[in-house]
Design a protein around this ligand. Structure first.
Ligand code: OAD
Length: 271
């Protein structure tokens, strides 16, 4: 008898919730696909930025040294575009997961995404493995860095600390990831992972889910397309972040949220 696709999907989301619901320390790792439903383009995939742009020109130190104006123009356009986008329900629901699952402090949010939509959705803190689209920093790595939300006005000044040229604060190809977020993940020592909207191609972040899966830990993937990780994932949910996350988070937090509602309903009214 053919399987009803709706029923099959519900069963899978349910199965994913049962697997992740047992975790004591859940790592949520999101990629560029997390913001696709908010209107921010991904890098790979059918409408990905790398189909029409050259990553070696726009996201590498060599490219910046060859044509800094072109790189800054591209970052400026992306900053402006992200500022016009609003977080979608999947992103907002991750804030609930962080606050409630099954107790606060049990979820660590990390992302290779450079935008600020998770923060604007109420997720805090967010570990940015690839830096922030809104950071401007010294290209000579003297340590000077600012959050430059407004415009690109900082881009044309020399570094106030050492005089070198300033550049976008993203992690580019061939560069090391900042150590702090990787240390924070290692220290958190996750026993399960929810992976959303990642092509699983950009190292070293892409190593984290397969390493966890090899250790026998549950890893659930959400992605409309198959990825190199899909066959290893404990559950691979085919769909978008906006469609799948609200239901999954509802299942994961329902006991906690319901418990809190019941408790507050019976709490004595303060005099
Ligand atoms: P990618 O752009 O490589 O991959 C995005 C993934 O999101 C793909 O697997 C898509 O299938 C998936 N996707 C698309 N729409 C989705 C949706 N609505 N819901 C869920 N998933 C969706 O992004 P990352 O793997 O995060 O690096 O890689 C990010 C890095 O690649 C960036 O930091 C950038 C780029 O090259 C640099 O610039 C150095």
């Amino acid at each position: 008898m053919p399987t009803d696709p709706v029923e099959a999907k519900e069963k899978t989301v349910d199965g994913a919730a049962r697997l992740l619901g047992r975790c004591k320390r859940l790592l949520v790792l999101t990629g560029a696909g997390m913001s696709a439903d908010a209107g921010v383009p991904t890098f790979r995939g059918s409408d990905g930025l790398w189909n029409n742009h050259k990553m070696e020109e726009l996201a590498s130190l060599d490219g910046f040294q060859r044509n800094a104006e072109l790189v800054w123009e591209w970052y400026y356009e992306r900053r402006l575009h992200v500022a016009t986008c609003d977080p979608h329900p999947g992103q907002r629901t991750l804030a609930l997961l962080q606050q409630h699952f099954p107790r606060p402090g049990r979820v660590l949010m990390a992302t290779t995404n450079e935008d600020d939509l998770l923060e604007r959705a109420g997720v805090h803190p967010v570990l940015h493995l690839h830096g922030s689209l809104f950071d401007t920093m010294c290209s000579a790595h003297c340590g000077w860095r600012v959050r430059d939300h407004q415009d690109n006005s900082m881009s044309m000044i020399p570094c106030p600390r050492c005089g070198a040229r300033v550049r976008p604060g993203s992690v580019w190809y061939g560069e090391q990831l900042p150590r702090e977020p990787l240390h924070a993940i290692a220290e958190f020592d996750p026993d399960g992972c929810l992976l959303v909207g990642s092509s699983c191609l950009v190292q070293p972040a892409a190593e984290i889910p397969p390493e966890m899966a090899m250790d026998g830990l549950p890893v659930v993937e959400i992605n409309p397309d198959e990825t190199p990780f899909s066959s290893i994932a404990s559950v691979s949910l085919r769909g978008t972040a906006k469609d799948i996350l609200p239901g999954l988070v509802d299942l994961l937090t329902s006991h906690t949220v319901r418990g809190q509602r019941t408790k507050s309903a019976t709490d004595p009214v303060p005099p």
